[in-house]
Ligand binder design. Structure first.
Ligand code: NAP
Length: 293
């Protein structure tokens, strides 16, 4: 298929590379120069990339970025072919997604929200899980592209529901990780070795994919960004905004948001979100590490 891929960051770049590898005809655009991709045609603007494309796939930071890429001065809207499909793999506001979808549909094209889970390793290995909202027939047409980049695609429902399910899942990830980090901090303060605690966690009902993914990095004290703290913080704001719109309370998340505020003030925004552990350690006067770290 002819695909325009917009946004070659931590996730977008390997996703686009997997489309090239699968034999699709890919054009790319990235806001900052110097992020060209081998095997793909670099475009000067989102509009230029979108011209002639059957599918325009985005993976950029946040709601504002998606709005600019779609409707900015040289945005997708200006080059979009009638009958094309716009797919958004960024994690953004569910209610803004509904508005974007309506505007794109008014142009005779279709819109699918397809945020992902699986992080950098999943993107690189073509093992992402796509969490999808949109018309069933349109989503079906995209199956070869989902298959090139991921191991599973779940259509949650109509437009916006992919984003709604995605932020609900990230809520659980953020809270699970904070639980893990607090448990590790307490155990270390009480003299328990991190590896021993992990052995127990992994053998018991406490085990989780979040812990499995993050523990090796934590034990090595490698907080280089797989999922940058600034992006999880952005997602926490999306969750709290959605909760306000739905008039519900998420008290544990509100507390975790305060931790992210402090971590951001302490200069950790560009580290992985696992770096929130460092704050707990500072408050406890301990450092968690594996024996080989
Ligand atoms: P990233 O490495 O920070 O890349 C962000 C991309 O967005 C870059 O290409 C950046 O362009 C572009 N961008 C930012 N603001 C823009 C704007 N105003 N206009 C146009 N382009 C703009 O982020 P990422 O990790 O790839 O994440 C991308 C999306 O996937 C986010 O919504 C994130 O929440 C979601 N996600 C990430 C992960 C993960 O583990 N990393 C997992 C699941 C979902 P420049 O190069 O010019 O800065």
């Amino acid at each position: 298929m002819r695909v325009a891929f917009l946004g070659l960051g931590i996730m977008g770049r390997p996703m686009a590379a997997n489309l090239v590898k699968a034999g699709h005809e890919v054009s790319t655009w990235n806001r900052s120069a110097g992020k060209e991709l081998e095997g793909a045609q670099a475009a000067a603007s989102p509009a230029e990339a979108a011209r002639g494309a059957e599918v325009v796939w985005m993976c950029v930071s946040d709601t504002e970025a998606v709005e600019q890429v779609l409707f900015g001065p040289e945005g997708v809207e200006k080059g979009l072919e009638s009958g094309a499909v716009v797919v958004d793999s960024s994690t953004i506001s569910p209610s803004a997604t509904l508005k974007f979808a309506e505007r794109i549909r008014a142009k005779g094209s279709d819109y699918v929200d397809a945020p992902v889970t699986g992080s950098k390793i999943g993107a690189e290995g073509g093992q992402l899980i796509f969490i999808v909202g949109g018309a069933e027939a349109t989503v079906d047409r995209l199956k070869p592209l989902f298959a090139a980049m991921g191991k599973l695609m779940v259509r949650v429902g109509e437009s916006g529901q992919g984003q709604s399910a995605k932020i609900a899942m990230n809520l659980m990830i953020a809270l699970t990780y904070e639980g893990f980090a607090e448990g590790l901090t307490l155990a270390t303060k009480l003299g328990v070795k991190a590896e021993k605690l992990l052995e127990l966690v992994n053998a018991s009902m406490v085990r989780s994919g979040v812990v499995e993914y993050k523990a090796p990095f934590v034990l090595k004290r490698d907080f280089s960004p797989n999922f940058p703290l600034r992006l999880m913080h952005k997602d926490i704001h999306l969750m709290l905004d959605a909760a306000r719109e739905a008039r519900i309370k998420l008290p544990a998340l509100e507390t975790v948001e305060e931790i992210y505020e402090i971590a951001t003030d302490e200069g950790q925004a560009d580290l992985d979100y696992a770096a929130t552990l460092a704050l707990l350690e500072k408050w406890a006067g301990v450092e968690v590490k594996g024996t080989s770290a």
